[in-house]
Design a protein around this ligand. Structure first.
Ligand code: ASP
Length: 347
């Protein structure tokens, strides 16, 4: 690995999350606390000899309260500081980290610098915290360059415990394990052991182009998760949600749903009203293959489009992004069936 002639310059964007939380003495519940408390608990950061500056959400938040306005704040902070830093580390709660990572991957077009998102399962002040390692490693990944002096990582990625994952391919898979994230349909971008082993063929390589930041997200989208027994009245009500433009339909197995005539009719009517419905499997691994079973076939015949192997986090944020760009339903369908930034494998 090449060494920097100058010290790497990293901007930490602290949004909140368990990593910086402390216990409320009255309720004993964890609540977000400020950046100085967090960084004081990681004196090792100084050993890195990086130039580190920070930008903090005021107040820092639990990521369950994250919404598109917060994604916009993160994206604008990156845009404002893009030319002055070698990389960015976003400290974030784990609960909605995969949504933020996906949203940022769409919002930051032509990104060619690392945006590494991390957090922790235990607060940084706890003796057994995973936050210290995660923060240090995230900073190292954000500063890493290859033999030609280019950033190793030129995309939005999630660093957690032993792995670096593509942000728009990752899912939170555990509420208590230190390895809380995984990409079930895409290999790790790096494995963290004694060394940081980059999985180079799977990393995005971006030709240098000016960063383009698009922050308008349209929230008129929702998940509709199938369950056996869902009745006609419930489905009809959900499909008539006022203002709804896009639905991620979470189906069974390889993209299957009930094939009852009333079910398919309601779906077809919603599609005819201009609602874009994307078929995403409830399984964490594998994707949608509508040609495999009759039950999946009827959904595509009704105008539902395949989400292939996309995660539900990436599918819903991609819909928000595409409708935010003011695209028509047919353009949204076209882009949903294309790979914009490594989020989906189109067969
Ligand atoms: N509720 C916390 C959050 O997402 C959980 C965490 O950070 O692990 O902000």
């Amino acid at each position: 690995m090449k060494t920097y002639i100058k010290r790497p310059k990293i901007l930490i964007i602290y949004t909140g999350g368990t990593i910086g939380m402390i216990e409320n003495p009255e309720t004993h519940a964890l609540q977000p606390f400020d950046f100085d408390h967090l960084i004081d608990n990681v004196p090792k950061v100084k050993k890195l000899d990086y130039e580190i500056e920070h930008f903090q959400f005021d107040p820092p938040i639990d990521s369950s309260n994250m919404d598109p306005s917060h994604w916009r704040d993160i994206a604008l902070a990156i845009e404002e500081h893009y030319d002055f830093y070698d990389g960015f580390v976003v400290l974030h709660g784990t609960d909605t980290m995969a949504f933020t990572a996906s949203a940022l991957s769409f919002m930051l077009e032509n990104l060619s610098k690392p945006v590494i998102i991390t957090g922790s399962q235990l607060p940084i002040g706890e003796v057994r915290t995973d936050g210290e390692e995660n923060l240090i490693t995230a900073l190292q990944v954000a500063a890493a360059i290859d033999e030609k002096g280019r950033p190793r990582v030129q995309e939005v990625a999630i660093l957690f415990e032993n792995y670096l994952w593509r942000g728009n391919r990752a899912t939170k898979m555990s509420a208590d394990n230190f390895n809380a994230f995984k990409s079930f349909n895409y290999p790790e971008l790096a494995e963290i052991g004694l060394d940081i082993e980059y999985n180079t063929p799977y990393l995005r390589q971006m030709p240098p182009r000016p960063l383009k930041v698009c922050t308008d997200m349209d929230s008129n989208v929702m998940f509709l998760e199938l369950n056996p027994g869902m009745n006609e009245k419930t489905l009809d009500h959900l499909l008539h949600t006022p203002g709804i433009k896009g639905i991620v339909l979470k189906t069974y197995g390889a993209g299957n749903s009930p094939s009852y005539p009333w079910f398919i009719k309601l779906i077809r009517e919603a599609v005819d009203r201009g609602v874009v419905i994307v078929n995403v499997t409830q399984c964490v691994n594998g994707g949608v293959n509508c040609t495999l079973y009759e039950t999946g076939n009827s959904l595509s015949a009704a105008g539902v489009i395949s989400g292939y192997d996309i995660t539900s986090e990436a599918a819903i944020t991609k819909l928000m992004f595409l409708f935010g760009m003011q695209y028509s339903p047919s353009m949204v369908k076209k882009y949903m069936a294309s790979d914009l930034c490594g989020e989906v494998t189109i067969p």
